[in-house]
Design a protein around this ligand. Structure first.
Ligand code: COA
Length: 165
């Protein structure tokens, strides 16, 4: 039986911390699907197609990884993909409460799908997509914190925004 795990998130944009989690997950499962939520509530900087493209580019050298957008409950998406597990990253204690709540709710919706928590390298434990966007918006250097393609897109996005002002 193929052991598939889903790694869901908004990925606005994907960071090196997310990539670290994906690399750990492929060591445990036969395949990993990075599932990108539209998450309009978070008012993403990048559209869903751009986020899918950025993740696809970032994982192109990691075998057994698929990237897809999803528009349903994550648990329904897991069922559709016949996934055994949901992967989430835990960066610090502050992530725990929200993750615990989501894991238990997802378990209530489908007890067959396990939530699995992986810790990124310490050097990524302070990273978040919002912080990356904030630094990039002010022209700060995020080159060592995100994949190269994301770095270019961030620069382009904020240059376009500046031009429009
Ligand atoms: N490295 C860097 N940053 C990380 C990280 C890591 N390893 N792990 C988490 N983060 C950051 C993200 O960058 C993000 O930062 P931001 O808030 O500044 O954007 C933050 O932690 C959490 O984001 P993310 O991991 O993308 O999760 P999310 O909270 O945006 O997404 C979903 C949550 C999409 C998985 C969840 O809302 C969902 O499942 N939605 C579908 C609908 C559903 O089923 N709802 C019921 C759930 S019980």
């Amino acid at each position: 039986m193929q052991r598939t795990a889903i790694y869901p998130g908004t990925f606005d944009p994907i960071t090196n911390g997310h990539l670290d989690i994906i690399r750990r997950a492929v060591k445990i499962f036969d395949s990993v699907v990075v599932a990108i939520a539209d998450n309009k509530g978070k008012d993403p900087l990048f559209g869903i197609d751009e986020r899918v493209a950025m993740v696809q580019e970032a994982v192109k050298d990691i075998p057994h990884v698929e990237v897809e957008a999803f528009h349903t409950l994550i648990i329904e998406y897991c069922q559709k993909k016949k996934a055994l597990a949901l992967i989430r990253g835990l960066r610090a204690v502050s992530d725990f409460e929200y993750e615990f709540q989501m894991a238990l709710m997802n378990r209530k919706l489908d007890p067959e799908v396990e939530s699995v928590f992986l810790m990124p390298k310490e050097k990524y434990s302070y990273l978040s997509s919002s912080l990356i966007k904030e630094i990039a918006a002010f022209g700060g250097d995020v080159a060592c914190l995100v994949p190269e393609g994301v770095h270019h897109r961030l620069k382009r996005k904020f240059a376009e925004k500046k031009e429009r002002k």
